[in-house]
Write a protein that binds this ligand. Structure first.
Ligand SMILES: *Cc1c(COP(=O)(O)O)cnc(C)c1O
Length: 378
């Protein structure tokens, strides 16, 4: 079997999505499945839809194109504000996009008119993350202008938390977002279909709060894929945290008497030089490196310690029985490691519990294509 590879248990992705959908639907909150960390992998996207996500979203148009080429026809939203240079592709592949700039919205409107379509606009509001977003005091005015523009339809508003700042949203901020939605609608009635409260960092709020107000959508990636809440890093009760496994191959085993003396040239490399615990007499060299993944985001198997990594080699100390050359070592990944590994051209993605055949026959949103789920679509 090919190494290195990522095994993806699609059953766990489906069940994680379903668990979240079951807990959020009593609050009237839908799940938009975020697939950017898996580069828009069509089979993983399908597993989210099977589990109860009502729509999908990604930050990159290349990932959305991959989805469409695999025959997925559900609503897809671009969550990163579009590049002006990609307006045509955004309108072609996405039903809607998150936006903060009128000049880009105008370009989307022109592209939509040329294609005979109407493109949905969700206005991203800045509520403290200090990344992308319109200041709340400017929102009503921009919303008015979008409403007047042919070619686009104001579909909703949304906020984002804990991405740049790492600060989770509060109940007061969620109320404030709902109030902004009410203000936009003012005299003209309920026009906003989507009020999107945020991402996986909003889950503690959603689980705790009895009244989630006007928030009717959350954009969930990390929680579905890894079963954890991103701000605390804690596992979410009842969720699988092991849907993804990175499998690597041993290419050298050796016994070294002592760690090499540390001569740090680049301070960024210093953290990769970790002394082995006493008793870790065996060094294993694995055929994977910093070009493939975020080495610090790998959880070491029991009995193993990270000794260091270079672009193409990972060196670990093992105090368990000696592993032979050619044997496999399995790791779990955090979000950062997952995101890099899924984009690495030398890592094969292997699907487990793929129910694609039964699913596509049942679900009219999805059209089966013979090559769906194959990496070469990227
Ligand atoms: C990445 C992203 C998300 C998903 O975040 P998770 O923490 O993975 O749930 C949601 N919204 C926006 C705008 C994003 O960029």
């Amino acid at each position: 079997m090919s190494c290195p590879r990522i095994e993806v248990d699609l059953g766990k992705i489906r069940r994680n999505t379903h668990t979240l959908a079951r807990r959020l639907s009593p609050h009237g909150i839908d799940i938009t499945g975020i697939i950017k960390a898996v580069c828009g992998h069509p089979a993983i996207a399908r597993a989210m839809l099977d589990g109860g996500a009502v729509a999908l979203a990604d930050a990159r148009i290349s990932n959305v194109r991959r989805l469409r080429q695999a025959g997925i026809i559900c609503p897809v939203t671009l969550i990163r504000t579009p590049m002006l240079s990609q307006a045509d592709q955004v309108v072609q592949f996405c039903e809607a996009s998150y936006n903060t700039e009128l000049v880009i919205i105008a370009a989307l409107a022109s592209a939509a008119i040329r294609k005979g379509r109407v493109h949905g606009i969700i206005l991203m509001v800045e509520m403290g993350d200090q990344r992308d977003g319109i200041l709340p005091e400017n929102l009503a005015d921009i919303a008015q202008q979008v409403m007047k523009m042919p070619g686009v339809a104001l579909q909703g508003i949304g906020a984002n938390f804990a991405c740049l700042s790492g600060v989770a949203p509060t109940a007061a901020q969620m109320v404030a977002l709902g109030t902004l939605a009410n203000e936009i609608e003012g005299g003209c009635g309920p026009i906003l279909k989507t009020v999107s409260g945020g991402n996986s960092a909003n889950l503690p709020w959603a689980f705790k709060e009895q009244f989630t107000g006007r928030i009717n959508d959350l954009r969930l990636g990390e929680a579905i894929l890894l079963g954890v809440e991103p701000v605390s890093g804690d596992p979410i009760h009842g969720m699988h945290t092991d849907a993804f496994t990175l499998i690597t191959e041993v290419i050298e085993t050796s016994e070294k008497p002592a760690p090499l003396p540390i001569a740090i040239v680049d301070p960024a490399l210093a953290r990769f030089r970790i002394a082995p615990p006493s008793g870790a007499s065996t060094r294993l060299i694995l055929a994977i490196g910093r070009q493939d993944t975020d080495i610090l985001g790998l959880s070491m198997p029991a009995g193993c310690t990270l000794l260091g990594a270079t672009s193409d080699h990972l060196v670990i100390g093992a105090n368990q029985g000696m592993l032979k050359v050619g044997s496999e070592v399995r790791f779990h990944m955090n979000y950062n490691a997952l995101m890099h590994a899924m984009a690495a051209p030398d890592i094969e993605v292997r699907l487990i519990n793929d129910r694609q055949r039964q699913t596509t026959a049942r679900d009219p949103r999805l059209v089966r294509t013979p090559d769906a789920g194959v990496r070469s679509l990227a």
